[in-house]
Design a binder for this molecule. Structure first.
Ligand SMILES: Nc1ncnc2c1ncn2[C@@H]1O[C@H](COP(=O)(O)OP(=O)(O)OP(=O)(O)O)[C@@H](O)[C@H]1O
Length: 234
């Protein structure tokens, strides 16, 4: 089964993005461009605005000022409903903890985004299993999340993030809860899938070793882009 019909990576651009939480400033005049198919790591000290930037780029949050584009979509001009829909169909999200639903099998967890899009159950489960195979855990399809390791659960979360064939993956500390071996293995998998499927990836990490998997590293400091340079380590 072909998992992706064709590469459809989305370019990302942020221009003059400012955001405050009440009186607390989080982002100031952030400009960032990510080419389709590129992998960018966002690093910086705690509180520098990394998660806020990820939320602004993925349309979870509408920044106070500035423009965000995902492909041809001007995310900052879209309604909340339109942004939610875009996130369900074109954007994959991966968190530090996989956030799998404990009562559902791994295959059902991966199928969930398709079921929410009203795909037929058999079809959704077949696609979910193809993704579980892609991330090397298909033999665990009928297990519950509580029965697998942290590294395996994170692979399942990756499969769930990608099952709708998004053009971009946003990952917030995706290896933060894993030991270094499981973290490396998760990053190798993300890099391989991104290269093969032509996926754009924006990854928040505080770990320089994890950032080295990216094409480029963007360093935030006090809500501003402090450095933006190629990593060249892939
Ligand atoms: N929901 C919120 N309400 C109020 N302030 C917030 C909220 N989220 C973040 N902040 C503040 O905005 C600033 C940027 O936070 P953000 O979480 O984006 O930083 P970060 O670089 O991701 O931090 P960390 O590495 O600790 O996760 C911080 O001063 C933080 O306290």
């Amino acid at each position: 089964m072909t998992l992706h019909s064709e590469g459809h990576a989305l370019a990302i651009s942020a221009t003059g993005v400012d955001h405050d939480y009440g009186k607390r400033p989080a982002l100031h005049g952030v400009d960032l461009s990510v080419a389709a198919g590129e992998m960018v790591a966002v690093t910086g000290p705690s509180g520098s605005g990394k998660s806020t930037l990820l939320h602004a780029l993925s349309g979870v949050l509408r920044p106070g000022e500035g423009e965000v584009r995902l492909g041809e979509h001007v995310v900052t001009s879209m309604s909340e409903d339109a942004r939610s829909r875009l996130r369900r169909t074109d954007v994959g999200v991966l968190f530090q903890f996989g956030q799998l639903i404990d009562e559902l099998t791994l295959a059902e967890n991966v199928a969930l985004p398709l079921l929410l899009e009203r795909r037929k159950r058999d079809d959704a489960l077949a696609t979910a299993k193809a993704w579980l195979a892609r991330v090397d855990v298909v033999d665990l399809a009928d297990e519950l999340p509580g029965e697998v390791s942290g590294g395996q659960a994170q692979r399942v979360a990756l499969a769930r993030a990608l099952v709708t064939n998004p053009g971009v993956l946003f990952a917030d500390e995706p290896t933060g809860a894993l030991d270094s071996r499981a973290g490396d293995s998760a990053m190798e998998l993300i890099s391989d899938i991104a290269a093969e499927e032509g996926l754009t990836v924006v990854l928040v990490t505080h770990d320089a070793r994890i950032a080295a998997y990216a094409d480029r590293e963007v360093v935030l400091r006090d809500g501003r882009v402090d450095a933006d340079e190629s990593v060249g380590a892939r």
